[in-house]
Design a protein around this ligand. Structure first.
Ligand code: WAQ
Ligand code: MG
Length: 259
């Protein structure tokens, strides 16, 4: 590959409150289009129109890239968010958390208000490990490889899933679940018009759940469940925040399942 690669990071705010953040790892020729898309997103967000937009562009050293596999996707259709949360609790337990810890993780997300990053939760001591609890740990340097982007769009479109929420969340969860010591992630969006979320782990894959919160709610976020007996926290955070990671394959997308 001759063409240079760049990372583009966008974050936006309104009245100093976080509105949205996103990033891409792209070929030089796609830079103009990507910047335009990210700005459009910051100005047309369901949480409000941003009055501050920060765009950072950085050249990437190709030797630093790690290629990873995606988690496979399946969707569980639930009638309401109560059912969705029951389903999430079961999925967390399947991923290796105790029933009690699963409840703690779910309750943390119920109370989570707009953070830029995720809660990093140690499952043995049950402590939060982020240095800055308001900001959380932000995963960066992750995207789909330019080699699979087109094929991915087609596969997601066939399953009616070709939107930014899904595309970005699957890439992010695939990186999170390959980080040292992470055993599961629970997420639902803080965007008031997006009620779906997921539980992800290596064994479970990316399990979408169609309703995890009431429509109109601003509550949402991410909890990364970390087991300190498996890896050092420094290694884990460094991987999440620094390692340049590209997902190099299109995920298997399974049929919808009714609860
Ligand atoms: N690193 C860590 N935490 C993040 C990151 C990141 N890069 N990006 C977002 N978050 C946290 C932050 O607290 C946000 O407020 C919260 O997650 C929600 O972010 O399959 O759209 O971008 O249908 O609103 C999941 C379901 C959608 C997708 C998740 O999250 C599907 C979503 P949002
Ligand atoms: Mg959001």
């Amino acid at each position: 590959m001759k063409e240079d690669l760049y990372s583009i990071k966008m974050r936006s705010a309104r009245n100093t409150k976080h509105i949205s953040g996103a990033e891409r790892i792209i070929l030089e020729k796609d830079m103009g289009l990507s910047v335009q898309q990210l700005v459009t997103r910051a100005l047309g967000h369901s949480k409000g129109k941003s009055d501050f937009i920060n765009i950072k562009i950085k050249n990437i050293v190709k030797q630093d890239i790690e290629y990873i596999n995606p988690l496979d996707i399946r969707t569980v259709i639930t009638n309401d968010y109560f059912e969705g949360r029951e389903c999430a609790l079961k999925a967390l337990q399947k991923s290796g958390l105790s029933a009690e810890t699963s409840h703690l993780v779910l309750n943390m997300l119920k109370d989570c208000h707009t953070m830029r990053g995720a809660i990093l939760f140690e499952i043995n001591s049950r402590e939060r490990l982020e240095a800055d609890k308001k900001r959380g740990v932000r995963v960066t340097n992750i995207d789909w490889s330019f080699n699979v982007k087109q094929e991915l769009d087609k596969a997601l479109a066939r399953a009616n899933l070709n939107n930014n929420h899904v595309k970005e969340a699957v890439a992010l969860a695939s990186k999170v679940c390959s980080a040292p010591g992470i055993i599961a992630e629970l997420c639902w969006s803080d965007d008031p018009d997006y009620t779906a979320g997921y539980v992800a782990s290596k064994d479970l894959g990316y399990m979408r759940i169609t309703k995890l919160k009431p429509f109109g709610s601003n509550n949402g976020g991410r909890v990364f469940c970390f087991d300190s007996s498996k890896a050092s926290i420094e290694k884990c955070i460094e991987y999440l925040q620094e390692k340049i990671t590209l997902v190099n394959r299109v995920p298997v997308i399974n049929n919808n399942i009714w609860v």
